[in-house]
Design a protein around this ligand. Structure first.
Ligand SMILES: C[S@@+](CC[C@H](N)C(=O)[O-])C[C@H]1O[C@@H](n2cnc3c(N)ncnc32)[C@H](O)[C@@H]1O
Length: 282
């Protein structure tokens, strides 16, 4: 079977899946280790049986609702490839915007100290360290399985010794008292209302529940962060949160209660997706 024949078969098989054609291409390129140009130039290439079988198996997985990112085991974020599996949230393109904003804020700051709380794959903290070389970055992740993927990403992308990863629960604040004060605490915490979890798209349901569930109103983590983690910020420190649609106003209220000035930033769909809280000078 040629690559072109296999591609057509895969696209047909994934016809019912949103972006099925793109996913077929992603899977084939990954298995054959080819880039887009090589893919386009290799349409008449005869494929070995074993590659065809691997691709068929992956297409079946995609048909069962498993996201393509978990199937190929990696995903690009801010120009870097991160390992992912079913233990971590798949890095989202909008989160790149949050990183961009924070990297911009850090320009001109000397040796800033940053926390990425609820780190998952580590995409936020690793991206910050990768772009602000004199920063000290501490990542905290509760799930041991997610922390292991985060550890591998740290080792592969920036080197094991360049940041600190803590496999811990951010609710257990007393365990973090030895940490330095932070210039910026960034967090993309779980923020979906518990009652909405069963209604999510099949693909999202394959992501870990611990990465999604934000409690009854979805705001549990923002309450915790503003109430307990403010004391981990420097006097002029800042929170940079990603949040769900229609949560920004509630998070603003939580931050204002703690004397923060608040701004919102929009994502690519014009939704207030990021809430930035700057500590008011006393
Ligand atoms: C929405 S995901 C975000 C992952 C990553 N920061 C990103 O933007 O792709 C939230 C992460 O928080 C972790 N988490 C949930 N509860 C936690 C807790 N109490 N302490 C630390 N991490 C927690 C989950 O395991 C998950 O990896």
């Amino acid at each position: 079977m040629t690559l072109n024949e296999l591609y057509k078969k895969a696209v047909l098989a994934l016809e019912s899946i949103e972006n099925g054609e793109t996913d077929a291409r992603i899977i084939i390129k990954k298995v054959l280790s080819v880039n887009e140009t090589e893919f386009l130039l290799s349409k008449h290439l005869e494929l070995p049986d074993e590659k065809i079988k691997t691709i068929d198996r992956m297409i079946d997985k995609r048909l069962s609702g498993i996201p393509v990112q978990y199937i190929i085991g990696e995903w690009d974020f801010y120009g870097t490839t991160f390992k992912v599996n079913e233990n971590v949230l798949i890095p989202r393109p909008e989160t790149e915007f949050l990183c961009e904003y924070v990297i911009d804020c850090l320009k001109g700051k000397n040796s800033p100290i940053i926390a990425d709380l609820c780190a998952g794959s580590g995409c936020i903290g690793i991206t910050i360290k990768n772009n602000v070389s004199d920063s000290t970055v501490i990542l905290v992740e509760k799930s041991p399985e997610a922390a292991e993927i985060c550890r591998q990403n740290i080792a592969d992308i920036i080197g094991e010794a360049s940041v600190t990863l803590i496999n811990g629960d951010i609710y257990e604040c007393e365990k973090f008292t030895g940490l330095p004060l932070f210039d910026i605490i960034i967090s993309n915490p779980p923020y979906i209302k518990s009652s909405e979890i069963p209604t999510l798209q099949t693909e999202v349901l394959k992501e870990p529940e611990m990465a999604l569930d934000g409690g009854v109103d979805g705001l549990d983590f923002y309450r915790l962060l503003t109430e307990k983690w403010t004391e981990f910020l420097k006097e002029d420190g800042m929170f940079a949160f990603e949040c769900g649609e229609e949560q920004a106003d509630d998070i603003r209220a939580l931050l204002e209660k703690k004397d923060f000035d608040v701004i919102y930033l929009k994502d690519y769909n014009n939704i207030d997706r990021f809430v930035i809280g700057k500590r008011r000078k006393k």
